[in-house]
Design a binder for this molecule. Structure first.
Ligand SMILES: Cc1ncc(COP(=O)(O)O)c(C=O)c1O
Length: 408
């Protein structure tokens, strides 16, 4: 039965057929087996590197201890206190918040996705508005709608995709509850500067006063370790008290399947204690109950590890070189592991070319902007090199089309 004629959630059924990132992934695996064609898939942000060896070391220790220690039971919905304590200590050392943070402001969540959902569930009344800056992580609008909120999108200003303070100012009204900031950004790789974040903070402080309630910044920091020098990461939680940091170990430890992350509430936020209890309750009532116990037991041991980004940098650099040589237009990513590239020709023709060449990337439509495509470079170097070859071929085909249409 087609998804259009079933009696289930019709909106979700529609989304199922539109879910482009996963669809691209599934199409590639099917095509590979069906045609045995050399397809290169650079679509999903699923790191191919293994987790650190220490992860398995502590996993082994945990397995041995598990027969004596009861750690796989139900627990506080915020997570194990010692894990929250270790994270609070780590955040204090990193000086993100201007006030010392402790475990009473940390809720362990099922990844950043779980964290954002619990946060939105705690903040929103029906039709409260949440501002998104497009291009944004594809699932943000769905998360907002999950909690009956309304999505307000700020149109991007290519080519830099910076925060457009003026547009945000015009968009804020009494229904505005929050804005989601994602830096380094998926899909652009943009890192917002301190100046811009401070301007945003000042605007939100003033607007919070005039609308009569705090407008929260939800800072999605899943890529904050993946930063290419000389770029530097700045968290908006350092400048703005009504802020909530959302973090995940999916990308920093290459464990997206383990589903572990956290929400850290700015201790200076209005009603921070109440917010903590609401987010903790949401973890339970949304059905997550708590973040995975195994991850929680291992994470404190791995917090001192800092990510090495050399390999990502090499992959980024060879892709940049290929794209430049082939005449594509894009901004060099300052962080994360994506390249956001302008389509050089009409979208339909471009899609046909991608299929002909056997390269899978993600169309920009679901990120809230038309006319671009996203390349993920969190794959083995061998695949990246094959991808470069495909991009080169793509560039050549584009040049042929352009020559033909200009009559040369
Ligand atoms: C910007 C952004 N936020 C959140 C997530 C979800 O992360 P998690 O695996 O921690 O739920 C992703 C995943 O790719 C992402 O790119």
């Amino acid at each position: 039965m087609s998804s259009k004629v079933n009696h289930f959630n019709s909106k979700l059924s529609e989304e199922l057929s539109e879910n482009s990132i996963r669809a691209a992934w599934e199409r590639s695996t099917k095509n590979q087996t069906a045609n045995n064609k050399q397809i290169v898939n650079l679509s999903l942000g699923n790191p191919s590197d293994l987790p650190p060896k220490l992860f398995f070391h502590y996993l082994g220790k945990l397995t041995k201890a598990g027969s004596k220690e009861r750690f796989l039971g139900y627990m506080d919905n915020a997570g194990y206190i010692e894990t929250r304590h270790a994270i609070a200590r780590d955040l204090s050392n990193l000086n993100f918040f201007s006030k010392a943070i402790n475990e009473n402001y940390i809720v362990l969540t099922c990844g950043a996705s779980g964290g954002i959902n619990c946060t939105l569930h705690s903040l929103l009344n029906p039709l409260d508005e949440v501002i998104l800056l497009s291009p944004y992580f594809v699932d943000y609008p769905k998360y907002i709608l999950n909690h009956k909120g309304a999505v307000k999108t700020i149109k991007p200003k290519p080519p830099f995709f910076d925060i457009d303070i003026y547009q945000i100012e015009k968009t804020i009204n009494k229904k505005t509850k929050a804005i989601i900031i994602n830096s380094p950004n998926n899909p652009t790789g943009k890192i917002y500067s301190t100046e811009r974040l401070k301007k945003l903070s000042n605007l939100l402080k003033n607007k919070s006063k005039s609308v009569g309630h705090p407008i929260f910044i939800i800072s999605d920091e899943v890529y904050r370790e993946i930063v290419y020098p000389p770029a530097r990461f700045f968290s908006p939680v350092s400048f703005y008290s009504n802020s909530i940091m959302v973090y995940s170990f999916s990308k920093s430890l290459n464990i997206p399947g383990e589903r572990i992350g956290y929400v850290a509430i700015n201790p200076e936020a209005e009603n921070a204690n109440l917010l903590f209890n609401l987010i903790k309750l949401s973890n339970r009532t949304l059905g997550f109950t708590n973040a995975p116990a195994i991850g929680q037991k291992i994470i404190p041991r791995l917090l001192p590890l800092r990510m090495r980004i050399n390999d990502y940098q090499k992959k980024r650099d060879i892709l940049i070189k290929t794209l430049k040589e082939s005449g594509f237009e894009f901004q060099e990513p300052e962080g994360a592991f994506y390249l956001f590239v302008k389509k050089p020709i009409d979208g339909n023709k471009f899609a046909e070319l991608l299929e002909k060449i056997g390269l899978i990337v993600v169309d920009s439509d679901p990120f809230g902007i038309k006319g671009y495509f996203r390349i993920a470079f969190c794959y083995d170097m061998e695949i990246i090199k094959k991808g470069c070859k495909k991009l080169f071929d793509l560039g050549e085909e584009v040049k042929k089309i352009k020559r033909r249409s200009s009559g040369f």
